[in-house]
Design a protein around this ligand. Structure first.
Ligand SMILES: [Zn+2]
Length: 430
């Protein structure tokens, strides 16, 4: 969920700059401007003056005029890490809404002291002393200095942008005929998304496909695309898939298809203009890599040696890139929880689960609005360590707990268990 601004009011827009996972002040911030994201980059306001909030944390104030129409905008920061290196650009979404549809007004937390005697009003005192802010700052500092970096995957929901209902959903039973690579059992494609990344996909049931000598087979769920009877070769074209790769990050991809016979073949090519197609293995080659904003077109060519052979089967292809330089979150174990008990042979300690905590997700991504459901990690999310001795190992989150003690979402904690080799998280999720 994006940051929300209100027409006619000021909105603070924050960014953070990291170097090797640590907040730092860049050499220079050259420009901060507001653009219209819907028209594709009309300058709306700027240059705005950046203000240093804390080490590595800056803000600008956008005084949203009455003349701005409701819609999607972005703030773009052009900056330079050190003097001898080129500039970088980062963009963050702001949704501007009219004043009428915003939620009920909150007390102004910027005002330190209320007029009159307020010491007995506990809520006033907590707000006056800025306790939630202090707690959040303290926890944030702790996490930045000692937290472990983890990639986070979360299940998509019906409100996630761009999801499609999976063809494995049945009227009769809740199970797919075969393990579903399209939705990983979530019933919505693409099943899981990786935090801090953009995931795009083209599946066998996507609406804009062009099929040549190929057809959708609906005998088995999830549906797959096969060569038409008697055809030796055929193609699947995805049509335009929009993407936004503002930081020019490298892409990863994953094809889920069944080749059946080793004399069959499935080749994937990509294009950014629907004219020049290159092998998907050249996705990150200089001059070919999709950067900035635009469309990706995918072309899948399937072939078999003999018309009587079983056809290759195409199910889904996913592409992904990071949206920020630090596309992960940080987690920390509070302390080892032990439960002492006195046994016949003496004292013994038992572990009470592995419990970790982290900040609300808006701490790691300015595009997520604080104190909303989007800032939560949910049940059955899983994560993978970025570095360290457990690198690559995946863990599933359970028993989520959200701390909203002072009316502000300050932290969340969860127990974890190691992903078992046969689980969908280990075998399938990209
Ligand atoms: Zn499915």
């Amino acid at each position: 969920m994006a940051v929300v601004g209100i027409i006619g009011q000021e909105r603070e827009l924050f960014v953070r700059f990291y170097e090797n996972g640590v907040l730092f002040n860049p050499f220079d911030i050259l420009d901060v401007n507001i653009y219209d994201a819907e028209t594709g980059g009309t300058l709306i306001a700027g240059p705005l003056t950046p203000q240093l909030v804390n080490v590595g944390q800056y803000k600008v104030i956008w005084d949203i005029p009455d003349t701005v129409v409701a819609g999607r905008y972005y703030h773009e920061w052009t900056w330079q890490a050190v003097a001898s290196i080129g500039t970088k650009t980062q963009r963050y979404i702001v949704d501007v809404v009219p004043p009428s549809i915003t939620t009920s007004p909150k007390r102004d937390t910027n005002c330190n002291l209320a007029v009159g005697w307020w010491g007995r009003d506990l809520q006033c005192r907590i707000e006056g002393e800025q306790i939630p802010c202090k707690i959040k700052t303290l926890l944030g500092d702790k996490l930045l200095s000692r937290g472990k970096d983890v990639y986070l995957w979360q299940q998509v929901t019906e409100s996630t942008a761009g999801v499609e209902i999976c063809s494995c959903v049945k009227d009769t039973t809740q199970r797919a005929d075969i393990t579903c690579s399209s939705c990983y059992g979530v019933k919505l494609i693409p099943g899981y998304i990786k935090f801090g990344h953009e995931t795009i996909f083209s599946s066998s049931t996507s609406s804009s496909l062009t099929l040549t000598n190929t057809e959708l087979n609906m005998d088995i769920k999830p549906y797959r695309i096969l060569l038409s009877p008697t055809q030796l070769t055929g193609t699947i074209e995805s049509g335009a898939i929009p993407y936004s790769n503002a930081i020019s990050a490298n892409w990863g991809y994953r094809l889920d298809a069944a080749n059946i016979l080793d004399t069959n073949s499935i080749n994937v090519e990509f294009s950014t203009n629907n004219i020049d197609f290159y092998p998907i293995s050249e996705l990150n080659d200089s001059g070919k890599i999709p950067i900035g904003t635009g469309n990706i077109y995918l072309r899948i060519t399937m072939a078999r040696a003999n018309a009587e052979d079983r056809s290759p089967e195409f199910e889904i292809i996913r592409l992904r890139h990071a949206n920020t330089e630090q596309p992960f979150i940080k987690i920390l174990r509070p302390q080892v929880s032990e439960f002492p008990s006195i046994m016949q042979y003496g004292r013994r300690s038992e572990f009470i689960g592995e419990r970790f905590w982290t900040m609300p997700l808006d701490f790691f991504d300015e595009n997520i609005q604080a104190d909303t459901p989007a800032a939560r990690i949910v049940e059955n999310s899983f994560y993978e360590r970025v570095t360290g001795i457990n690198v690559g190992n995946r863990f599933v989150t359970t028993k989520l707990n959200y701390n909203e003690e002072f009316g502000t979402f300050t932290e969340q904690s969860f127990e974890v268990r190691r992903v078992q080799p046969e689980e969908v998280y280990a075998r399938l999720v990209f």
